[in-house]
Design a protein around this ligand. Sequence first.
Ligand code: DGY
Length: 321
Amino acid sequence: MKPKVFITRKIPTHLLNKLEEVCEVSIWNHEDTPVPRKVLEEKIVDAVGLFCLLTETIDEELLQKADNLKVISNMAVGYNNINVDAASKKGIIVTNTPGVLTETTADLTFALLMATARRIPEASDYLRDGKWSTWSPMQLTGQDIYNSTIGIIGLGRIGEALAKRAKGFNMNILYYNRSRKLEAEKELGLQYSTLENLLKESDYVCIMTPYTPETKNMIRKEHFKLMKDTSIIINTARGGIVNENDLYHALDNGEIWAAGLDVFEQEPVPMDHPLLTMPNVVTLPHIGSASIATRIKMANVAVNNMLQALNGEIPENIVNK
Ligand code: DGY
């Protein structure tokens, strides 16, 4: 008998076929609509494998219904949507998709940094709205990137890939991390810093750390007060790491200059969210890893993780402790 696998969103056909060769697959076959919780609750009862996305909350309550589940394969590097401890208690393997999205996410982070610093969306709207009547010395002026200081909070794979891009722009690079990365320091000329010093010195503060109970609300009121009034914060990690209410007030009070956000505490971000009213906030709908090639690679890694676990192997990308 083939093991039952539930997939919570449409995935590329060739990868669906790969799973169907050895599994009995049922799929929420929609592109833009997340699986309703009720459907997930029904499907989890029989499923041996669950292929899910960061849009699904896999909490203890759901896992209580999952008496046949052996593996949860999350198609993302972040897995804060899953209660891994509760899964581990039930002997359920949890996997993620690191590595394949590193460069693509670093590209987007740097693109967002540049778009925010040089006010690109605002300038584009200015032209399209018919406001461009002349060239003017201080019109739509932004912040320089070249030769400035970037502070990277979280020097994992993506943080390090971001540092490589920053080096190409001759930026002075500070980083704050749980542990020092001596090789990266040597190779890229990075300087290890306390969080406080990084916030004080950086022109660009980039959040690149995973979302955990320790990093929840990590950047809040008192941290914005340390930052330069010309500084820019970029978050392509997870929304809850930066306190959004405090960020709004820091921008409103002129404590910092701008923000570039690819992630929000609640996603999709509510359209009446105060941050969306600010002209100096550049917003994106969580597209850090969204290149065609990378998303296919992520789905492929997630399928392989699933197949390895169903085959009784320890998957390459297991995240249970
Ligand atoms: C992840 O993988 O965690 C990103 O947020 C989406 O690619």
